[in-house]
Structures are given as structure tokens and as C-alpha cells.
Design a protein around this ligand. Structure first.
Ligand code: CDP
Ligand code: CDP
Length: 225
């Protein structure tokens, strides 16, 4: 059987990972796997069930009994937790505030990484997250580290909220993004870090299409080599 092709996309919050990964996957006919949505799903359920977010073993136990499904539907990718559509809810500020703590626990990461590798076992994938190139798929043929200034990333989130008819505080957004990055970069287990063989793409002044084009070029180069 031909070796499966894997594209790993990592980077800080709001760098454009999921937007770009989704379009890249569609264009290549690959499956898109949003690992952040998996950590967000567990955080959502832990908050709902009032599990202590500092207790890694309790969270792992909860995860063992939680079914998280990423489903490609006609209207876009949807996320289901035990059959409940949580696509919108896992993006709420309360989940964003706590997800870095939940994802910092080793027992939780171990189960998540096993599930992510399992999902990538039988098809070509574009997977995005924080530790994909360094840990989840170290053999990925293409690794990209997306970045952008904190200012630009806060503006992107602001615009997203605006589109949904919600007004947000720019300063609070900037602080929340910077704080989550700090926690993700400073955790002991699989911190957010560029893989040695990842290509850095600074998206601050690039459009979504330009970033996708760069990644597709990297994929084509690799496939021809
Ligand atoms: O989309 P956004 O950048 O806001 O975040 P996300 O990709 O949905 O990830 C949410 C959080 O999950 C991150 O801030 C990390 O704490 C955690 N995460 C992780 O630890 N490892 C991954 N592979 C993906 C996400
Ligand atoms: O997944 P991650 O948190 O890294 O970012 P995202 O959820 O894809 O959000 C990025 C936002 O910035 C989206 O609204 C994109 O339309 C926008 N954007 C981008 O992703 N890439 C650019 N080069 C420019 C804007």
C-alpha cells in the first residue's frame, strides 16, 4: 500500500491554522483533523460535569467515557460529544479560558494523542494543533508552523466575533490570546514549539489564499521529490 501523506500544521491561537487546514484538506481531498476541537470538547464536558480541572487523572477517566466525533457535514465540520452537537459551544470564552489547563495534563494528552494517531491511520490527513509536528505525527511529510503578531491575531478574533453580531473588547482579546499562548508554550508535556523540520509561515500580512497556496506548494514539492 502506498504510504499515507500527512500534513501537520501547528502554531499559536488564531494564527489561522484551522481556516487554512480546512481549505488545504479540501483542495487535496484529505481528511481534516482539528485536534484543538478535541481538547475543547473535553473541557466543555468537564465544566458541565464539574470535574476538577486540576485533576489530570479525573479528567482522563472522564475522557475514557467520552465519545468525541469530528464529522464532515455538507455545511462544514461539526463536533459531537456523546452525540450532542457542540460545534458552537466549544468556542465559548469559558471553554477557551480553561482549555490550556485541561490540555496540560499528561494522562489527558496520552489518550488524545492515541486517538489522533488512530484517526490518521487509514487516510491522508491535514491535522492542526500545537504538538502535531513534534509529537503526534513526527513523520509527517509536510510540517508547517503558522504564526502572526498578537495584534493581528486579536484583530482576526475581533472580526470573527463581529461577524456573529457580537462586540468584543480588543484589549481583553489580546490579553486572552497572549495568556493562552504562554500557558501552551510553558507546559511540561508537549509544549507548543516549532518542530525542527517545520517551515515557518508568518501570516501577519498574508491572505488565507496566499497561505493555502504556500502549503499546497510544499505538498507538491514533497510529492515530486
Ligand atoms: O483555534 P485556537 O487556536 O483558538 O485553539 P485550538 O486549536 O482550538 O486549541 C485550543 C487549545 O487546546 C490550545 O490553546 C491548547 O491548550 C490545546 N491544544 C493542545 O494542547 N494540543 C493540540 N494539539 C491542540 C490544542
Ligand atoms: O485555528 P486558529 O486558531 O489558528 O485560527 P482560525 O480559527 O483559523 O482563525 C483565524 C481567523 O483569521 C479566521 O477568521 C481567518 O479567516 C482569518 N485569517 C486567517 O486565518 N489567515 C490569514 N492569513 C488571514 C486571516
Amino acid at each position: 500500500m502506498e504510504k499515507l501523506f500527512q500534513v501537520a500544521i501547528d502554531g499559536p491561537a488564531a494564527a489561522g491554522k484551522s481556516t487554512v487546514a480546512k481549505i488545504t484538506a479540501k483542495s487535496l481531498g484529505y481528511v481534516y483533523i482539528d485536534t484543538g476541537a478535541m481538547y475543547r470538547s473535553l473541557t466543555y464536558k468537564a465544566l458541565k460535569e464539574k470535574v476538577d480541572l486540576n485533576d489530570g487523572d479525573a479528567l482522563k477517566k472522564l475522557l475514557d467515557h467520552t465519545e468525541i466525533r469530528l464529522v464532515q457535514e455538507y455545511t462544514g465540520q461539526k463536533v459531537y460529544v456523546d452525540g450532542e452537537n457542540v460545534t458552537e459551544r466549544i468556542r465559548y470564552p469559558e471553554v477557551s479560558e480553561h482549555v490550556s489547563l485541561v490540555s496540560s495534563h499528561e494522562p489527558v494528552r496520552k489518550v488524545m494523542v492515541d486517538r489522533q494517531r488512530q484517526l490518521a491511520k487509514s487516510c491522508n490527513v491535514v491535522m492542526d494543533g500545537r504538538d502535531i509536528g513534534t509529537h503526534v505525527l513526527p513523520g509527517a511529510q509536510v510540517k508547517v508552523f503558522l504564526n502572526a503578531s498578537v495584534e493581528e491575531r486579536a484583530v482576526r478574533r475581533y472580526r470573527e466575533e463581529e461577524k456573529k453580531g457580537r462586540h468584543s473588547d480588543m484589549d481583553a482579546l489580546r490579553k486572552a490570546i497572549a495568556l493562552r499562548d504562554k500557558k501552551d508554550m510553558e507546559r511540561e508535556v508537549s509544549p507548543l514549539i516549532k518542530a525542527e523540520d517545520a517551515v515557518v509561515v508568518d501570516t501577519t500580512s498574508l491572505s488565507v489564499d496566499e497561505v493555502v497556496e504556500k502549503i499546497l506548494t510544499l505538498v507538491k514539492e514533497k510529492q515530486l521529490s
